[in-house]
Design a protein around this ligand. Structure first.
Ligand SMILES: Nc1nc2c(ncn2[C@@H]2O[C@H](COP(=O)(O)OP(=O)(O)OP(=O)(O)O)[C@@H](O)[C@H]2O)c(=O)[nH]1
Ligand SMILES: [Mg+2]
Length: 548
């Protein structure tokens, strides 16, 4: 496999297939892991985390009735139990296992605001599985798009994929898409029909037949389906899975790992091969014909200018709406914040001694502290909605990317009779950071500097009423400022997504341009690489893109 990967790398370098670089790097990273990851995927609330807990016989990962898992959690064997939390932006931390909720649950780490990249549970409970790891993933399809993005990005790491399907919602379009996608990364996709306790035997039989029928209709092949319930009959379901999946994997660990690696390398080789075929056919054309090819392939809707304009359109259109959405989310707190602060102020003010200058400073300090605390709480409550604004725009970028590639691939097919190998891509979504909250001076005109003119024993009530009246203005002003700050953070993130998408597509068009400009003098070289690679693939097995 190493030789094949080196060969692919060398071919990509020689023929400038830039867009396969990321795929090669992620595969190399995968080769560094010595375990096999059993990745539990599926819609939110399908029972993924419950399956892991009940299968391992202990409540290790959090579960619940609303979307829970927000971070990839990997469970692997170890002599002693520990929890490791890996962050995107800081050093890894070792934590008590009992604190796991603080990092992986949507409630304690909403929208993964702590920027955790992975949580690893190391436990002797996993020792019985000899090198097999379980990976719990955030559910797909919930209102939280960032959860789906996190999981989609992890898909290339899967060794064996368990697609959990709740018996309550048997197999929708989302699962079909997921199976299509994951099949490119792993040879072993297994359906886990969860919550079987909710139906009787006959009904479960009907649900399984329905799933099998749909899979055959779509993929022309069946997948193994295992029943599971963490509520009743659990031991017998567990025994079945251990017997049919786990034991064979452990018994032939080395072979199974090779099989997974082979599948991934062949998937990459398939992409490389499709590029070589395009390059070869293009190289046989005359310069005039090449000109025509380029014009047809990069017609009106597949050139760099078109990409730039369309992405900017998506960005600008979304950015122009951000401020109103953010203000809508924050302004609903204005009334209640104002009232709460006014009540609190009335209590505090009586205890403030000193001249007007000292009282004004106290007021500013108090207001800053109280208001920033309350606004921070409001921002924390709304943070998932703010991140979601970015998530929705990224979904547009990823949709545009897919349509663009389909268009490009269709054009190539029209003129050369070959399609680009398919690929899923989306920009990386990051958790937004809450902005600073600040408060103006209590007096815009510095009358407090004239404190000696206003003895407090006479004016205390006048200033009390004055300061009380300032509160609504301060709340309103700070909500506006906060809106501006969050608007900027969100729009900066949208711009970053735009740049990432642009770079990805420019790489892709550059690669195709290189392919199309292949010179006749290179035909023999390209053909040699193509025949060698095709030969290696045939020797090893059919590549997955050929299956569907
Ligand atoms: N009746 C029944 N309920 C189950 C079963 N497994 C899970 N549940 C319930 O389904 C809900 C969701 O379970 P989780 O394990 O948190 O689901 P999940 O797929 O991990 O959810 P996310 O992390 O949000 O994607 C919880 O209320 C569980 O109690 C089962 O086998 N039978
Ligand atoms: Mg979960």
């Amino acid at each position: 496999m190493d030789t094949l990967l080196k060969n692919i790398e060398q071919i990509c370098r020689q023929h400038k297939f830039h867009s396969l670089e990321e795929h090669i790097q992620s595969l190399k990273q995968f080769l560094g892991h010595k375990q096999i990851d059993l990745v539990i995927l599926g819609q939110f609330k399908a029972g993924k985390s419950s399956f892991i807990n009940s299968f391992l016989g202990r409540d290790l990962v959090p579960t619940g009735v609303i979307p829970v898992t927000s971070v990839i959690t990997r469970l692997q064997q170890a002599e002693t139990e520990k929890l490791l939390v890996y962050f995107r932006d800081k050093e890894t931390v070792e934590e008590k296992l009992s604190n796991i909720n603080d990092y992986v649950s949507e409630e304690k780490n909403p929208e993964n605001e702590k920027n955790v990249s992975l949580v690893e549970i190391r436990s002797p409970l996993l020792n019985q599985f000899n090198g097999l790891c379980f990976v719990d993933t955030p559910g797909l399809g919930s209102a939280f798009r960032h959860n789906s993005i996190t999981t989609n990005k992890w898909i290339p790491e899967a060794g064996v994929a368990f697609i959990t399907i709740s018996a309550e919602r048997p197999l929708g379009e989302n699962e079909i898409e997921l199976i299509k996608n994951i099949s490119k990364s792993t040879p072993e996709v297994i359906i886990l029909l969860t919550k079987t306790d909710l139906f009787d035997k006959e009904e479960i039989h009907q649900i399984k037949s329905f799933i099998t029928k749909r899979l055959i209709q779509t993929f022309n092949s069946e997948l193994r389906i295992f029943e599971y319930s963490s509520v009743s009959n659990t031991d017998s379901y567990k025994t079945m899975i251990i017997h049919e999946i786990i034991e064979p994997l452990i018994l032939k660990f080395k072979d199974e790992r090779e099989k997974i690696i082979k599948h991934k390398v062949i998937s990459l080789a398939g992409k490389c091969l499709s590029y070589l075929e395009i390059a070869f056919r293009a190289s046989l054309k005359s310069d005039k014909e090449k000109d025509y090819l380029c014009k047809t392939i990069f017609g009106e809707k597949a050139n760099n200018e078109f990409i730039r304009q369309e992405l900017n359109l998506i960005s600008d259109n979304s950015k122009s709406k951000t401020r109103d959405i953010v203000y809508g989310l924050l302004s609903k707190y204005e009334h209640v914040i104002t009232e709460d602060l006014q009540i609190a102020f009335k209590e505090e003010y009586n205890d403030w001694d000193g001249n007007l200058y000292a009282v004004s400073r106290k007021y500013e300090e108090w207001l800053k502290l109280s208001l920033s605390g309350i606004l921070k709480e409001a921002v924390a409550k709304e943070n998932s909605n703010f991140t979601e604004i970015v998530g929705k725009v990224y979904a547009h970028f990823s949709f545009f990317t897919r349509s663009f590639r389909d268009k490009l691939s269709g054009n190539i097919f029209k003129v050369l009779g070959i399609r680009l190998a398919s690929e899923e891509w989306e920009p990386d979504v990051k958790t937004l950071e809450g902005p600073d909250v600040s408060v103006y001076r209590a007096f815009d005109t510095p009358i407090d500097l004239l404190w000696f003119l206003f003895p407090m024993f006479v004016f205390k009530n006048v200033f009390r009423n004055y300061l009380l009246r300032q509160i609504p203005r301060e709340v309103n002003k700070n909500i506006y400022r906060l809106t501006s700050a969050i608007n900027k953070t969100i729009n900066d993130e949208i711009s970053k997504g735009n740049t990432q998408t642009m770079n990805y597509l420019l790489d892709e068009t550059k690669t195709v341009e290189n392919l199309l400009s292949s010179q006749q003098s290179k035909s023999a070289d390209i053909e040699k690489s193509r025949i060698e690679l095709a030969g290696m693939i045939t020797n090893i097995g059919k590549h997955p893109d050929c299956k569907s």
